[in-house]
Design a protein around this ligand. Structure first.
Ligand code: BDR
Ligand code: CA
Length: 310
């Protein structure tokens, strides 16, 4: 099984990402580290513990940074609600977080593992950047970073900046300039990774508690997408599972190897991933940039994973 560390800020789509990562059975998930993002650290931590309790996954969960490197915290309560994971059918938290911080947890996993580790961030990149600054000698123990964030031609926080990158652009800049191979699932692909009402009904019909929770979660965040994204024709963008789906079967994506950097000082563009999609700068590519997905195959992949869970 491929060893992974997941860094997330649940978040409805982060929750589905965890269900896919655990349910597919292909990964040895060594740790889940928590970023603040969709809500404050306290809430995203508790949400991750709830989801892992629900799906019966005994994985150490490490508390992460409470705010971005230099900027004030912004949260996405407009899409994910007051708890960051509003949904009717989630268990109460009974388990405790692991001892130590996110960066200590990552350092522990990387130093103990013989195999290189893939890191999957689906929130702001504060923990990953802090880790790279604090433990530079462990960088070569990371095989790849497969992340959800950014966009080639669009944003959702500003016209060009996506939430996870916009929330902590300096951290994102450190990650994209780290030299570690990166896969980026940005808005261009995640706005094609759509879930529709018929898919939600299909998940609920599985009849297990994870299927019910997945359906409730998707019901909640679909409301935001129906109100704010008429161009998606009733679909909701299921962003974060893309970062795991690419590791499971990259053939359902179209990607291009590009040079990517992050704007941190723009007048209109702070937090934008600047993707040299047409290789105008002729710089060494650092990122596999996903720009299209076989939607049906993606939803089926998540469905099959949820079916295997409690
Ligand atoms: C990203 O922002 C968060 O709200 C989602 O969980 C996803 O990671 C999409 O822009
Ligand atoms: Ca997220």
């Amino acid at each position: 099984k491929k060893p992974l560390i997941i860094d997330c800020d649940p978040g409805h789509d982060d929750a589905l990402m965890l269900m896919l990562a655990v349910g597919c059975g292909l990964f040895d998930i060594k740790a889940v580290t928590i970023s603040a993002g969709n809500q404050k650290q306290e809430k995203t931590l508790s949400n991750a513990l709830k989801i892992l309790t629900l799906i019966d996954a005994d994985i150490p969960v490490y508390r992460g940074a409470e705010k971005p490197l230099f900027r004030d915290l912004i949260v996405a309560d407009y899409a994910h609600g007051e708890t960051g994971l509003n949904a009717p059918s989630l268990p109460t938290v009974t388990r405790a977080p692991a001892q130590g911080s996110a960066i200590e947890g990552i350092a522990k996993v990387l130093s103990e593992s013989i195999e290189k580790i893939t890191i999957v961030p689906t929130g702001p990149l504060t923990n990953i950047a802090t880790f790279l600054l604090a433990f530079p000698h462990l960088k070569n123990r990371i095989e790849r970073i497969s992340l959800m964030g950014g966009g080639i031609f669009r944003g959702n926080m500003t016209p060009l900046a996506e939430f996870n990158i916009y929330a902590d652009p300096e951290a994102a800049s450190i990650v994209f300039n780290s030299g570690i191979p990166i896969t980026m699932c940005g808005l261009d692909v995640t706005h094609k990774a759509l879930v529709f009402q018929k898919d939600i009904d299909h998940f609920r019909a599985i009849g297990n508690k994870t299927g019910r929770a997945a359906a409730d979660l998707m019901d909640f965040f679909s409301v935001y997408y129906r109100e704010h994204h008429i161009e998606l024709d009733g679909g909701a963008a299921l962003h974060d599972p893309c970062a795991i789906a690419w590791l499971i079967d990259s053939s359902i994506f179209k990607t291009k190897h590009c040079y990517v950097d992050v704007e941190t000082r723009g007048e209109l563009t702070t937090g934008t991933t600047v993707v040299d999609f047409y290789n105008t700068l002729q710089k060494e590519p650092n990122t596999e940039v996903a720009y299209d997905i076989d939607r049906e195959a993606y939803i089926e992949m998540i469905y099959q994973a949820v079916k295997k869970l409690p």
